[in-house]
Design a protein around this ligand. Structure first.
Ligand SMILES: [Fe+2]
Ligand SMILES: [Fe+2]
Length: 273
């Protein structure tokens, strides 16, 4: 069980966000924007999955899960609220969130099914966000040149994703979720997540008028496939998820705790939701 603190990030997202807010880099901006577009719906799904998983536990097991469940829900609820504000700003740039309606339709397919399916989907997505968080916290230079409030937004979210990366996985295990379904959902989530990210990023770039610029593609190759690129560095840790003895805590990192300890001025502690 881990103690999950809910924090209120002290940034103002009522002010407009620059068109190429990520250090003037069109690709990084479009890609982060795409990820943000997936969060309000996705994180609500994770919240519901964990809440329903908690309710499916035998009554005598629920008390020991109560605090972690509430911490998880509080953190994700805070993320989706603040990313909704961020998304409202980037819509002013003429971007259109096509990811959310597609995902909404897809998620209807698992409505009413065994709580473990939604938890396995959540655990797979949480593995992705944990890998992304680890990459971003260890390569914060990616956010150099971006407005301090937006740098704070992405690093705070990353730090908390890293903090709560075990919750959905542990709940799935506690409910007797099988290894084979866990692998099946990871395969599906991988395909869907990568396709949706790519589609939304391309659409953002097209609407921005920067899709066919050399700088866009060189940034994409460097940040995804280069020696410090996300896809290159995350492939092995992604694959580890398929091992029968995998657990998210095996990929431990101190970066989340370090960032949170060094940036206490950026948030207030609001306890659990
Ligand atoms: Fe989150
Ligand atoms: Fe999360």
């Amino acid at each position: 069980m881990s103690e999950l603190v809910v924090r209120r990030l002290l940034i103002d997202l009522e002010q407009p966000v620059g068109r190429h807010w990520c250090g003037g880099d069109a690709f990084l901006t479009a890609w982060f924007n795409a990820l943000s577009m997936s969060f309000p719906l996705g994180e609500q799904f994770f919240i519901d999955a964990v809440r329903n998983g908690f309710k499916a536990l035998p009554a005598d097991q629920q008390p020991r899960w109560q605090a972690e469940m509430q911490g998880f829900v509080g953190q994700e609820a805070t993320h989706r609220r603040i990313h909704s504000l961020f998304n409202a700003q980037i819509e002013q740039h003429g971007l259109v969130n096509a990811w959310e309606p597609r995902a909404r339709e897809r998620l209807k397919l698992v409505e009413g099914s065994d709580a473990r399916h939604a938890l396995a989907i959540t655990a797979a997505n949480e593995h992705f966000t944990a890998l992304f968080a680890e990459w971003l916290l260890s390569h914060t230079e990616v956010l150099d040149g971006c407005e301090p409030r937006l740098k704070a937004l992405w690093l705070w979210h990353s730090a908390e994703e890293s903090e709560h990366k075990c919750t959905a996985f542990d709940l799935y295990q506690a409910l007797g979720g099988s290894h084979s379904w866990r692998k099946t959902w990871m395969r599906r989530v991988t395909l869907i997540f990568l396709t949706d990210t790519l589609r939304q990023t391309v659409d953002n770039l097209r609407r921005d008028g920067t899709l066919w610029q050399w700088g866009t593609w060189s940034s994409a190759v460097r940040h995804m496939m280069g020696s410090k690129g996300l896809l290159r560095l995350s492939f092995q840790p992604w694959r580890a998820y398929f091992r029968p003895d995998f657990h998210p805590s095996q990929q431990h990192s101190n970066l989340s705790a370090e960032w949170l300890a060094q940036n206490t001025a950026l948030f207030t502690r609001v306890g659990t939701a």
